[in-house]
Design a protein around this ligand. Sequence first.
Ligand SMILES: C[S@@+](CC[C@H](N)C(=O)[O-])C[C@H]1O[C@@H](n2cnc3c(N)ncnc32)[C@H](O)[C@@H]1O
Length: 194
Amino acid sequence: MAKKFIAALTNSTLFLQEWLANPQRTGSVAPSSPKLAAAMARWLPANPDSFVLELGPGTGAVTRALIQHGLREDRLVAIERNPKMARLLREKYPKAQIVSGDAWNLDDLLRGRREPIETVGAVISSLPLLNFPPEEAEVLTGKIRAVLEPAGHWVQYSYHLGKNQIRGASSFQLRASSIVWLNFPPARVSVFQK
Ligand SMILES: C[S@@+](CC[C@H](N)C(=O)[O-])C[C@H]1O[C@@H](n2cnc3c(N)ncnc32)[C@H](O)[C@@H]1O
């Protein structure tokens, strides 16, 4: 119990520090709640051998839910731009591939692995897309589209609660959308397929 509390406090403190240093890029003052993380993790691929690509894992709130929902650690690839957060995640999930880098380079980063990754069964993204211009968001989602398996899901949350407000989603089909109120702030989870 005490261990869990200390871990949660460490995660929240690191988040707040990084948000104060760079609010645009960090995108949130606090890690996602367990409810929001669980709503994202519902969309794992049916095939347990498929890779799952997590974008912007931060201190691992969603990552933990993905593992709890049955994702094998060795099938997880996560790209996090903040080196402190990436280091923390590597300690937590030593069998996963935690990549320090920019999600906009996801194509090169996946192909550049020792065993190159060509496709993934799901992309689970917490990137603060609203903080990026629409053209930049389109570039990223074009790369998500290219790497997703045909039946794969791109799952994205946003603090903008309106439906159909996700930047870069114009060439995807919306499969599901719901609001998670038990989060600070509340968030909408949108699920897309190509
Ligand atoms: C809103 S936080 C979400 C963190 C975590 N997934 C959660 O839900 O608690 C967004 C995360 O995206 C990361 N991020 C922002 N821009 C990025 C980029 N271009 N490439 C990779 N990660 C990025 C930030 O460092 C931060 O950890």
